[in-house]
Design a protein around this ligand. Structure first.
Ligand SMILES: [Fe+2]
Length: 210
């Protein structure tokens, strides 16, 4: 995705039907081509209206911006919506298999005991969240990794952590396939994680946060 104004929606790196049974084609089409793409359009309108076209996406999420609280909230939510969905669609791949042995999965085993235990913790965290949220695995570099839930479309605090994994817990992401069974959704999503890309983010975080 273009990270500077004018923002453009990322193309999906796979076909609409490629993520079955985690996500059906209609859901992915609606989610990407309408919901996310519309947010990119709205973000461009907002940054023009607020004369913020010189800020990139990360700056829109992290920098102090002199706007009235209600307008700043709308701006952060829209920028977060764009960032979060961009991250989410890039978090999975069609060739995903069993988690490989790499620094990230070794850190998961060290922190949570096993990959299965980590997955179960993600499922339980998703089940415990009330409302529409995002669930993240974030890294603070050498300080460790942990799970974070952000409400609505709030992004994680990019000034202090690096997102490694992110899953959309809004019902629009899973209702058609899983109805109200968010646990089944997270378990199925887990099978499509692009572990190589996640590990690259984790290794980068080790030098970003010391
Ligand atoms: Fe979403």
């Amino acid at each position: 995705m273009n990270q500077t104004f004018p923002f453009q929606s990322d193309a999906l790196p796979y076909s609409y039907a490629a993520l079955m049974p985690y996500c059906d084609a209609n859901t992915l089409y609606f989610h990407h081509d309408q919901y996310y793409t519309d947010a990119v359009y709205r973000l461009n309108k907002l940054v023009v209206a607020h004369r913020l076209t010189g800020l990139d996406l990360r700056q829109l999420l992290t920098e102090k911006i002199a706007l009235p609280p209600d307008q700043l909230s709308v701006l952060r939510d829209t920028a977060g919506l764009v960032f979060n969905h961009q991250f989410y669609f890039g978090c999975v791949c069609t060739a995903a298999g069993a988690p490989p042995i790499n620094p990230l999965t070794q850190a998961l085993v060290t922190t949570y005991g096993s990959i299965d235990a980590f997955r179960q913790l993600m499922v339980e965290a998703a089940q415990s969240a009330v409302g529409s949220n995002w669930l993240w695995l974030v890294s603070e570099g050498r300080k460790g990794i942990h799970l974070v839930i952000t409400p609505n479309n709030l992004a994680v605090d990019l000034n202090s952590v690096s997102p490694i994994l992110g899953v959309d817990l809004w019902e629009h992401a899973y209702f058609t396939m899983n109805h109200f069974d968010i646990a089944a959704y997270v378990r199925c999503w887990f099978r499509f994680i692009d572990w190589e890309a996640a590990n690259r983010r984790y290794e980068a975080s080790l030098t970003a946060w010391k």
